[in-house]
Design a protein around this ligand. Sequence first.
Ligand code: HEM
Length: 489
Amino acid sequence: MLLVSGLLVWQAFVHKRTNALSMPPSPPSNHWLWGHVLPKEYPFLQIDKWIAEYGPVITLRTGFTKHVQIGRQQALIDIMERQGTVLADRPHAISTSELFAQGASIGFVPAGERIKSMRRALHTYLAPRAAEHYEPLITVHARAFILDLLDNPYDFQEHAKTFSSSLVLQVAYGKDTLTRASDPSVQQVQDQNERLRLVMSPGAYLVDTIPMLKYLPWYARRLKDGFKKDKELFESHLDDIETKMNNGDPNPSFARHLLEHEEQYQLSRIDMAFLAGALFSAGSDTTATGICGILLSLALHQEEQCMVSEEMDRIVGTERVPVFGDEDSLPILRAFIAETIRWRPIAPLALAHKTTADVYWDKYCILAGTTVQGSIWASSRDPDFYSDPEKFDIKRWLTTRAFREDMKFLAFGYGRRACPGQHLANRSLLINTMLVVWSFHLSMSPIKDCDDRLYLSGFPHQRAYDLRFKSRMGSDTLRDAIRRPAILT
Ligand code: HEM
């Protein structure tokens, strides 16, 4: 007991004194030993409350470890973006880095040459220019999504998953057939995402406080077994690509790119397998959740949905199907997407970064080696950027005529570790929203007590909402129009 209290005093006072400036302020902790205890459900709501009371940047304590939460946009830009070189690292925790990721998943790879190489490879394949190159492919899958909705609107979540899985599997492995949500590999990746959610939920695994637990063979079995299965899945995909290449298959893919540039990237075989797999695991559930969030938002905000539909009718009309080239002429639709992502962010907590040098901000210093988390949720409630932040208000993204390009919301994380798939994801959300609005009028089926926050916990196992899709032009006409070959400009 005395030793524990001594350690806490050292952490809180002596350690801090090595630098003249203090760490950002702390709210009172809930427990003398555990520190700031966060609820398991929607933990970001508690962080938001503390940010509102104690300032944009706060220090929390979990056991003996201090970590910093940033919850306002300007502070995020000043710290995570402008000082990004010293925030490119990830914290090491036994539960996440060792038991869940076993050093292989990019999201937990520390700063250094290895992550630089991985991100360089991803950039080649997913940078804005590259994402534009995928527009024809995205369009094909988005049209299949509309046909799925027409045939069976009840399973809209499954269809969104079919869209995102088919797209990322084609980019990652050149797979050119539909991958249904019921496919075993999609189920396995969903399981991986659930394990990730579990391992990241506050206080889920005691091993981070009592490290020797990791040596117990029965401890955290789900994480250990899950990793083995992920490894088998991703390695088998990579092996397949190699076999196809050796047999003269010309299909391009990210996995093939990695194999062909093995010398350049200097990545091990397991790194290549997990990096290609990361497109699947990081890109599939997130994109599907984003699409479902937009469908829900359309159904909930009838007045705004009518504004978007009216713009669609005026600009595109009913004689042709909307295409990517219509983007600049549809500011209201773009505002609707931007406001939905702000109002209900797809990844409200993001992933933690770690400082590799002291970071100065305002009158504070965040010491080297500190875990720093940018709270996407709290920043979406930033009153300096978004007046009346709880209100769903698409007008905040519009001037009298255009979409406000100067407005920013960091929905995809920050600095050197920002989401490399964001351009592909944004193109996907855009064309799906265009096609849905052109095709349907959406409404909620009249169920009571709709909790519109369910997608904040990630892609749900079961259908979270009952949405109704009414075809705006009659099912047969719509089916014919969507089936007609796309004019992709
Ligand atoms: C709407 C969809 C998506 C959202 C909201 C999203 C959000 C995020 C966020 C918040 C992070 C953490 C950033 C940080 O640490 O600062 C991240 C990381 C990542 N995302 Fe995404 N993402 C989406 C789609 C995608 C797609 C489509 C791909 C790939 C095809 C992808 C690949 C990755 C990878 C590989 C990382 C890890 C980067 C690293 O650790 O360096 N994501 N994403």
